[in-house]
Design a binder for this molecule. Structure first.
Ligand code: SF4
Ligand code: SF4
Length: 307
């Protein structure tokens, strides 16, 4: 049976993708190479660390866009009048629809007396099946300004599940989106475990509470990994308070180290950065993740549900 681990962070910049890349390498070196999945489709960056070789690509259509057939247009102007988004424009060549401004509501098709407008799938990005030295990888690119990243996350998860089942892989390791919005819900729902990467800062503590409560609300088992430990002792205590209040286990701490930035710039993953105990800490954390996965964690309790 394939198990799914999703690495998330309440806020961006905590080191979620760096941790995922290190976990992927550690999984591969223990001969249990995971199916790697970059679900942070709005700002995908796992490929920067894992340097995938793309094997196949496909378009992603997350919504619809109106298209106008000028040959059938009677130039009545109704569509321009009805469109609330200003997507229909008239120029010397007649009426046309600006695909960037079109929200895909379909109102113009309803009111056009000539049937000159129809809705077509909107290509919002593309997704890839690749291979890396740490295992196969599914990832995607959402075009600038495009929406429906939650749908793209679902598509990637389904593709990864199908490929894992076909290859008999035991593990899907996903780099989830930051925040607590629709893409995150799409990424963690049904996961066997969520690893929340946080940092001892005010915003880190605040967003840790939000993502922890989301996991609890969705009944997804979660553990917490503190990155950049040592940045702020008082904030580290606050991280612990947030976790204790929700009965969330803290599985480890990766020390703050300037060697991390220097290493990541050269695509050196955390598990290979020996300085300041970084590699040792992330390796211990990976073993803790596997331990908790094997022993089926209880689900964290959202704070408001506790007595
Ligand atoms: S589909 Fe909606 S947003 Fe797009 S052009 Fe028609 S009315 Fe405007
Ligand atoms: S509503 Fe139809 S016929 Fe009228 S301008 Fe728009 S596309 Fe042309």
């Amino acid at each position: 049976m394939t198990r799914e681990i999703t690495v998330v962070s309440g806020k961006g910049g905590t080191g979620k993708s760096s941790v995922t890349a290190a976990f992927a390498r550690l999984a591969a070196t223990s001969s249990r190479a995971a199916m790697i999945c970059d679900l942070d489709v709005d700002a995908a960056d796992l490929h920067l660390l894992l340097a995938p070789e793309v094997l196949a690509t496909a378009p992603f259509s997350g919504g619809r866009v109106a298209t106008l057939d000028s040959a059938n247009c009677a130039a009545c102007g109704v569509c321009e009048m009805r469109c609330r988004y200003g997507a229909v424009r008239e120029d010397d060549d007649g009426f046309a629809i600006d695909a960037v401004s079109c929200e895909g509501c379909g109102v113009c098709t309803h009111f056009c007396p000539s049937g000159a407008i129809r809705m077509v799938p909107r290509v919002s990005g593309r997704w890839f099946r690749s291979r890396t030295t740490s295992g196969p990888m599914f990832h995607a690119e959402l075009y600038p300004g495009e929406e429906n990243s939650g749908k793209l996350v679902s598509l990637l998860r389904e593709e990864a599940r199908g490929a894992s089942a076909a290859e008999g892989r035991e593990l899907i390791l996903a780099d989830g989106p930051p925040g607590v919005g629709c893409p995150v819900i799409s990424a963690i729902t049904g996961s066997d475990m969520v690893v929340i990467v946080t940092e001892p800062t005010a915003s880190g503590v605040h967003d840790l509470a939000r993502i922890a409560d989301l996991c609890g609300g969705l009944k997804v088992p979660a553990v917490v990994l503190v990155n950049k430990a040592g940045l702020d002792a008082s904030m580290r205590l606050r991280v612990q308070e947030v976790c204790d209040a929700r009965r969330l286990p803290v599985i480890g701490e990766i020390p703050f180290s300037t060697a991390v930035v220097a290493g990541l710039v050269r695509r050196v993953t955390l598990d290979r950065i020996a300085a300041d105990g970084v590699a040792e800490a992330v390796t211990k954390a990976w073993h803790a993740v596997l331990f908790h996965l094997a022993h089926r964690l209880p689900v964290a309790e959202p704070k408001e549900l506790q007595a």
